[in-house]
Write a protein that binds this ligand. Sequence first.
Ligand code: ATP
Ligand code: MG
Length: 574
Amino acid sequence: METKDKPSEKTLTAEEGTKPAVTNFIRSIIDRDLESGKHSGIVTRFPPEPNGYLHIGHAKSICLNFGLARDYKGRCHLRFDDTNPVKEDVEYVDSILADVRWLGFDWAEHLYYASDYFDKLYEFAEYLINEGKAFVCDLSLDELREYRGTLTVPGKNSPYRNRSRDENLDLFRRMKAGEFPEGSRSLRAKIDMASPNLNMRDPVIYRIKKTHHHRTGSDWQIYPMYDYTHCISDALERITHSICTLEFEDHRPLYDWILDQLPVPCHPQQIEFARLNLAYTVMSKRLLLELVTTNLVNGWDDPRMPTIAGMRRRGFPPEAIREFADRIGVAKANSMVDDELLFFCIREELNRTALRRMAVLSPLKLVITNYPEDHEEELDAENNPENASAGSRKISFGKELFIEAEDFSENPPKGWFRLSPGQEVRLKHAYYITCNEVVKDEAGNITEIRCSYDPASRGGWTEDGRKVKGTLHWVSARHCIPVELRLYDRLFTQADMSELEPGKTYKDYVNPASLEINKRCLAESSLANTTPGERFQFLRIGYFCTDYDSKPDSPIFNRITSLRDSWAKLSKKQ
Ligand code: ATP
Ligand code: MG
């Protein structure tokens, strides 16, 4: 498969995103509004449509809106924009509640649904009709499109534009009563068909839909459009700053026009910022849904998905996602963010917090010839050298061990500092060993390494201060447990998934090696009883998280990310 790495516009690298943004243009606007007395406090909102699971782009918006409320001691509402019952579902509502909470934010009692405002929205629509600002239109969808014009061709007035107030009211009420079929009529705002802004060309504000709604059931035969609903919901909740992504910039005149016509309690300010685009992934809900329904991934919480549920299952800490959101900051221009910046934040967090453990991905047997038969001992191993309060654990040591096959070389290249014939290395937390013999099968494959150990080097150091260059991880053959590792890589092979080669679809860029399962891995016994969601550093291998499918008799770990050093490549070669 051909890959082309062409990040669009600017790519923010891990090095560039070094310091959290202290301020940004949104904060400047808020500072000004507070200073001038326009507002005495701020109210923001995060307004997802419950038509899919949240993804890392939503996380940016959540961190921004809830973060501003936190920093300015205001509040942030969680509001479901549930105006399109066709695509919406309670499963999505529940997942969104869980995801926002998991990210570390709290809406307190400020949970709202646009559908709670359906009565109010309807009243306002009648108000617009009474004011001569809205009319019932009988054009079909195709005709609406044709009458709308284009960027270069002005639109044409609907033949129904000059209906009387009474006729409009009567027809709108009958639309509500369910008298007309879907698509036969709509309610439109009466603005300006010649406007250069297509959104202002008498936009539809209500359409007939005879669909069951997840909250209002079959109460409604008509549903308000997003643009109409959103600004009114903001005003009813007395939002001060309505922060959205750049594609809504052209909708702002409509947002303002609607609020200007209506007796609403306030007029929030819409502010747009650039959405997050992350390299090597897609974020369109339509594509994410398709990945799920076509089984290209194993569900919304597949650890390869950019969804919050997927990232949680994979083991990304919420702290790291918040840190990532702070580092990328907010801007007015679209850009592509390198996924390494996200992994940088994850490693920083996990280096501080993840408990260290030992596991061998590709085991090679090692026998210590001068170690007493049937003897075994317990050695002390610190849980996290970065954090003394993480304490230590006991690990079992015996005559037979397993080391990583790649840590031994019979004919080492120059500069080799791992194990090779005659070379002394340290076994982490244990002893110094020297390789004396290599055992092979008939085909010439190495089956066993025989070493001697220095009993005076217990704990991994000697009194004579003798130095060794390499330190290897290992497990005791008698005590280790088999575990399954799920090794994840990028879901797509191209950084910028918004620019595909002609004739190709995103499916042509799915990485065939995005999931590798390793069932040969042997791990120290303390990994037998872990809880799904627990995170570890497997020494020299990477960060791992216990999967939801894990059972005490068959533990399963997801690789969160490799370590930065090249040792991590071991896992790739499985
Ligand atoms: P769609 O509207 O096509 O269903 P959406 O991604 O806009 O998809 P919403 O549920 O409407 O989904 O999004 C909720 C909020 O999250 C919106 O305010 C939106 O601007 C913001 N948001 C969505 N995607 C991103 C992104 N990639 N970066 C930053 N904010 C985003
Ligand atoms: Mg949206």
